[in-house]
Design a protein around this ligand. Structure first.
Ligand code: UDP
Length: 473
């Protein structure tokens, strides 16, 4: 969007008189895949929708880099996690950490919010219009209710993930009544369904988290989603009927602003210089996001799989992402010599720029929602190796609903299968590879239309601004 596309003032107000829009308080969940969309949303509401007074409440864990956001006010709360437990957060522990935080943050969050609201009155500032919290901060609904403050939820996963969780984790049947959604959900295999709950997690703890997240989202004053309607029509219809609160699919958020400044790790710009030297559409970009881990054996197979594909690759190996290694110690002997200039390994990349780069031809991903959406936006087909949570759902949509990628099951992660999956996506002598690329480009086109003036995401953002303004004035 250009500045000319700024969303007009709601309710007939003047965009110069932005004070009537009131203040906003945002509360991101402290994980990279949640911080990025919340801070992008803050930027959208600030720069595109005229909310000039935004406060971000954040935990000590993974606190955002405030110097990148001088336009916002930051307030930190204590989260009750010891330094030791913070250092142990990984896939095994992330959901139990979220369950813990939903209890330990109640009092500090409420105290912080009360103080802020009192300050607003004392200073005679425009009132706080609403709280926008991550859907997984389910405790915030009762805090907001107790303070008479409307709460809008930001859900950072796909829209289809909610019906899939409700059906496969909570055993609800209601979403199977919508025929198009039923058809999509029926594409999920038994293994997909089993994988939603991570094997290292407590099943009860997971169910409790998902049930509370859905219940408290239904009690909210609206839900904002980092997706767009055309991508998830069936889920959009089903949620509209089931949730009975306004739904705002205004994404993809990162398309409103060129780069993300909310990265918790330093992005290696050398990856872009390396890509600059590669031929068009020749590189497979490999990244498994901010939390996923692989065993040493899987890491070794990934390496040999990349080598055997004969494809150029840019590989993000996040420090700590190989169990038992600090970084590259477990790379197989002879691998670097074998791949030579054909491969580049970095600790963390500017992913959105990498995906938008003309040299990038495919993305081997763990199918986190941000990664999936970022790939869709650039028309880049995917090789999906999902692990848990929403990843198996996202991956199934990529391979079987939108048909813009291939599945590479973790249990088949051997070098031969890896090489084969990469070749399938790059094979331009074959209808499968050609059609996958065409469908990816067509979906990219739909994203762009949706964000343009009059498009569904654009209109949803206008509706969201109206909605927030009407909540309190
Ligand atoms: N990311 C990045 N550099 C990397 C790898 C990932 O900036 O080298 C960003 C990526 O662009 C995305 C986020 O980290 O916005 C990962 O979110 P996702 O939902 O895909 O996965 P998660 O980390 O939550 O598992």
């Amino acid at each position: 969007m250009s500045s000319a596309d700024e969303v007009p003032a709601a309710g007939g107000g003047s965009s110069n008189n932005i004070n009537y829009r009131g203040q906003l308080v945002l509360f991101p969940l402290p994980f990279q895949g949640h911080i990025n969309p919340m801070l992008q949303l803050a930027n959208i509401l600030h720069a595109k929708a005229g909310f000039k007074n935004i406060t971000i409440i954040h935990t000590d864990l993974n606190s955002p880099n405030q110097s990148n956001y001088p336009q916002f006010t930051f307030k930190s709360i204590s989260d009750g996690l010891s330094d030791e437990s913070c250092s142990l957060i990984n896939l095994d522990t992330s959901n139990s950490v979220i369950n813990f935080l939903n209890k330990s943050c109640i009092d500090p969050f409420k105290a912080c919010l009360c103080k802020l609201l009192a300050q607003v009155v004392e200073d005679d500032e425009p009132p706080v219009a609403c709280l926008i919290s991550d859907a997984l901060w389910h405790f915030t609904q009762s805090v907001a209710d107790s303070l008479n403050l409307p709460r809008i939820v930001l859900r950072t996963s796909s829209m289809s993930c909610i019906p899939a969780y409700a059906t496969f984790v909570l055993g609800q049947q209601s979403y199977l009544k919508t025929s198009s959604l039923k058809q999509e959900l029926s594409l999920m295999t038994e293994k997909d369904r089993q994988s939603i709950i991570y094997k290292g997690d407590s099943e009860e703890g997971n169910k409790e988290l998902i049930a509370s997240m859905i219940q408290e989202t239904k009690a909210a004053s609206g839900i904002i989603l980092n997706t767009f309607k055309e991508l998830e029509e069936a889920a959009c219809l089903a949620l509209t009927q089931d949730f009975r609160i306004p739904i705002f699919p205004i994404g993809p958020f990162h398309k409103y602003f060129p780069a993300s400044s909310s990265s918790l790790l330093e992005q290696d710009r050398g990856s872009i210089s390396w890509l600059d030297l590669q031929p068009i559409s020749s590189v497979v970009y490999v990244s498994f996001g901010s939390i996923a881990q692989v065993s040493e054996a899987e890491f070794s197979d990934m390496a040999w799989g990349l080598a055997s594909s004969n494809q150029r690759f840019l590989w993000v190996v996040r420090p700590g992402s190989v169990c038992g290694s600090e970084w590259l110690e477990s790379l197989p002997k002879g691998f670097m010599e074998e791949v030579g200039e054909r491969g580049c390994i970095v600790k963390w990349a500017p992913q959105q720029q990498v995906l938008a780069h003309k040299a990038t031809g495919a993305f081997w991903t763990h199918s986190g929602w941000n990664s999936t959406l970022e790939s869709i936006c650039e028309g880049v087909p995917m090789i999906c190796s999902p692990c848990s949570y929403d990843q198996p759902i996202n991956a199934r949509y990529v391979t079987d609903v939108w048909r813009i990628g291939v599945m590479l099951d973790n249990w088949r992660m051997n070098r031969r299968e890896i090489g084969r999956a990469i070749k399938r996506v790059f094979d331009m002598d074959n209808d499968e590879g050609i059609e996958m690329r065409q469908r990816s480009k067509s979906l990219q086109h739909k994203v762009n239309l949706s964000l343009q003036r009059g498009g569904t995401a654009y209109r949803s953002l206008e509706n969201l601004v109206d909605h927030i303004c009407n909540l309190s004035f």
